[in-house]
Every structure is written in C-alpha cells, then in structure tokens.
Ligand binder design. Structure first.
Ligand code: GDP
Ligand code: MG
Length: 442
C-alpha cells in the first residue's frame, strides 16, 4: 500500500527538520503510482501530485508524525478537499415537487438507485414518486415497479392516457400527477445504453427540458475505472448534471473515478451505492473515499491517534516541569500497574523470596479488569492532576467519577492507594529495597 511504500521511502529520514527535494520527488512517485492503481485519470493524477509536492515543500516535519505519515496526511487532506470537502446535500424546490432526474449508461445502477433514493427520502418524511421513463428495455418499467414496491413508494408508469412509448410524455405527465397527489419529490428514471449514444442523449435532454429538474444526477459504475472521465464528460455536454452518484462500491474498485469525475467536471459526488439491497446506500463521504483511493485502511486513524498521543505527551511534559522532576506521579503509578499486568508470572518468583508472600497475594488478586478500571479513572483526570494529585478536590473527584463512569468512592480509593504507594516508594528509596516494584495496590 501507499503507506508501506512511503515508509520505505523515508526509512532514513528520521530526525531531519524538513523534507528534501529528493525526498519529495520520491514521495511524488509513490503517490502517482497509488493514484494510477486506483484508476484515477492521468491528467488528474499529474495535477494532484503537483499540488501535493507544492504543499510538502513548505511543510516542517512535525514531532508527532514520521515523514511518511505526514505526507499521507497531506495527501489525504488534499484528496478530501478535491472530493468536495463537506458532503453536498440535495437541493429542494422552493415550491412544488422537487424533481430529481437520473442519467447514465445502461447497467450503471440508475433504476436500483431510484428506489434506494426513494426509500431514503421516505425515511426522512418525504413522499416521493418514482417515474419510469426507461421505455427502451422491455423489462425496465417492471423492474422499477418491483423496486418501488419494495421501497413502499408508488411508481408512475406509462399507461394508455399518459404517453405509452413516449418517455418525454410520461415525464411531463408525471409532474402533473405528483402535483395533484401532493408528492414532494419526483425521481425520474431514464434509459441508458451500453455506450454513449447520440439518440439516447437527446432523449435524456428532452426529458430534462420537459420536467426541468432541480437536480440531475449522473449515475456511474465505480468499476468502469478509466472510462469514467470520458463518459462523464459526454453526459455533461449532452444532458448536463449537478451531482454524481457512484455505484457498485461494494466491488473492489478503488474509487479513482470519484476523483477523476470531480476534477474534470467540477461536479460533486453526492451519493454512494454499495450493494444490491435497497439500504446499501449512503450520502457520499469524501474522507472515506480518500482512504479508499489511497488504499490505506486505518492509516488515517493511526495518524490521528499518533497526533493525539503526542499532544497528550506534550501536555504531560509541561505539567511535569511545573511540579518539579522526579516526583512519583499518577502517570508513573499507572505505568507500573501496566507493568504488573505483564508481570503476572512474577508472582511465583516473588513468593519464593522471604517476606514477599504478602506481595505475591496482592499480585494474584490483581486482575486485568482492575487495571482497566484504574486506567479509566486516571485517564479521566487532566494531565496536571495526574502529575499533582493533591490538586484533585471533592468537586473534581465527582467530575472524574462521572467522566469514567465510576463512583466517587472508587476515585477516592484510587487516590488513597496512590498516596500509599508513593509513601512506600519513598521508604523503599531510603531503605534501598525493591526498586522497580513500588506502585503496588495497598
Ligand atoms: P440501470 O441500467 O442504470 O438502471 O442499472 P440497474 O439499476 O438496472 O442495475 C444494473 C445491475 O447492477 C443490477 O443487476 C443491479 O442489481 C446492480 N447494481 C446496482 N447498484 C449496485 C451496487 O451498488 N452494487 C452492486 N453490487 N450491484 C448493483
Ligand atoms: Mg434502468
């Protein structure tokens, strides 16, 4: 994956203050490969990589992240930005029914999507009407009716009287019907062919003129990869569209089409379809798609965690400075508890030492959940409190208890236990006995 390859690229870079031009070039190569592998169109890749290089040049290597992580963070942020930043929402008509028209190649997933969208809108309290304007394929109307029934949404289909064989006539009649029956959203399903086709494109444009949609959505199969750009451009020229729906994201396509279409047409991806069930549908999340294009799984989560931990460590260091070095703190206490967890087997050895029988007993009673409880309480404290527990007064104890879901008594016991441990430590330091085993519970 990209993150592995970048980690390789930066094997020797730790400790440098700034990325060198050579580092950045090597990085750019890896990003380029990753994007091409995700089926992003070449011109889009070039433009994108140039933007990332530009930004990487100005950036200082931060303390929290290694250079590979840092570059990935930049790439991810730029990707999210280009993919639209925030999810673009549907625009509803101010008066009368909101008309949403679907366009795209045959097999893209329009008819399926029409029903998914209808169900989704219905769940938000809307009263959609589905309209069957694909009179091209013999079974298309039936398919929409079946899906409409599943979604519990009525379907307006050609019948004698509302334009049999004439998709534009059906479309026009459907708006009258929707107005009469007080539907607030109309979803118009249209025909598509296997390739871009002038006649069908004209039909879609005619339907568009007849219903004047508030939103034209271009539906595209994520699996068509590099062909996505050409197809999107043809539909943009032939019909025009306001947003994109990416389908079949349950397949193994990496989703580069999203980036290409967005860059080339300037239209945002609004919805994502990821399966054949009506509920396999969601608004589009640029951040998730960015992760998918970069094939990074949980890398972003790890990066965020690294940054958070780093911030906490910084806060702790600062707090420690304030209270004077060398003092035994709750942080140290916790660390020792965690070591004790690892030392489970130590109990036997301890038991063999004279005078250590009592400690052995304590160790054996010391189960993992106990450590988890202690950890939760300590994590609910501020860094300053962990370093200087004397400042934890009654109201803070109540707060801390609330923060970790324990009782105030639990917090009190922990704090008492800590002070005992600290006393024991100091005694041991004077007596020179058993260093390294202080934080034992009392
Ligand atoms: P249309 O020709 O654009 O109307 O496409 P359809 O809605 O008829 O879908 C074509 C095929 O793709 C059907 O077999 C659908 O069940 C399937 N399909 C649609 N959306 C998805 C999706 O998100 N994931 C998967 N796996 N299949 C889908
Ligand atoms: Mg269809």
């Amino acid at each position: 994956t990209l993150s592995d390859r970048l980690a390789d690229t930066f094997k020797n870079l730790r400790g440098k203050g700034r990325l060198s031009d050579a580092d950045i070039d090597a990085t750019a190569r890896e990003i380029r490969i990753a994007l091409l592998e995700a089926d992003v169109a070449l011109p889009v890749v070039k433009e994108f990589v140039a933007a990332v290089k530009d930004r990487a040049r100005g950036e200082e290597v931060s303390g929290a992240l290694n250079p590979a992580q840092q570059i990935i963070k930049i790439v991810n942020e730029e990707l999210v930005e280009i993919l639209g930043g925030e999810t673009r929402r549907l625009r509803y008509a101010k008066t009368g029914p909101t008309v949403i028209m679907l366009a795209g190649l045959q097999g893209a997933g329009k008819t399926t999507l029409a029903a998914k969208l209808a169900l989704w809108l219905k769940e938000q309290g809307k009263q959609p009407l589905l309209v069957a304007c694909d009179l091209q394929r013999p079974n298309a109307v039936k398919q929409l009716q079946v899906n409409g029934e599943r979604a519990g949404v009525p379907v307006f289909a050609p019948e004698p009287g509302n334009g049999v064989g004439d998709p534009v006539g059906v479309a026009r009649a459907s708006i009258e019907e929707a107005t009469r029956r007080l539907h607030d959203v109309v979803i118009v399903d249209t025909a598509g062919r296997l390739g871009v086709d002038a006649e069908l494109m004209q039909q879609a444009a005619d339907i568009r003129d007849a219903v004047r949609p508030d939103e034209v959505l271009f539906v595209v199969d994520a699996m068509i990869g590099q062909d996505a750009v050409g197809t999107a451009q043809a539909f943009l020229d032939g019909v025009g569209f306001d947003g994109v729906v990416l389908t079949k994201l349950d397949g193994d396509a990496r989703g580069g089409a999203a980036l290409s279409i967005r860059s080339v047409t300037g239209r945002p991806v609004m919805f994502a379809s990821n399966g054949e069930k009506l509920t396999d549908f969601d608004v589009f999340h640029p951040d998730r798609m960015a992760g998918r294009i970069l094939d990074m799984g949980d890398v972003m989560t790890l990066i965020e965690q690294a940054e958070k931990t780093f911030d906490q460590e910084q806060a702790l260091k600062a707090a420690r400075k304030l209270s004077g070095d060398g003092e035994f703190t709750l942080e140290d206490f916790l660390e020792q508890m965690q070591q004790v967890r690892k030392l489970g087997s130590m109990s036997k050895i301890l038991g063999m030492l004279p005078g250590m029988g009592q400690m052995r007993e304590q160790l054996e009673n010391f189960d993992d959940r106990e450590i988890d409880r202690i950890q939760a309480i300590i994590y609910s404290m501020t860094p300053a409190e962990r370093v200087n527990p004397k400042m934890i007064d009654g109201s803070r104890r109540a707060r801390i208890a609330k923060g970790c879901g324990r009782t105030v008594t639990d917090v009190n016991q922990l704090v008492d236990r800590f002070f005992e441990a600290r006393k024991m430590m100091q005694q041991m330091a004077r007596g020179g006995g058993m260093p390294g085993m202080p934080g034992m519970p009392g």
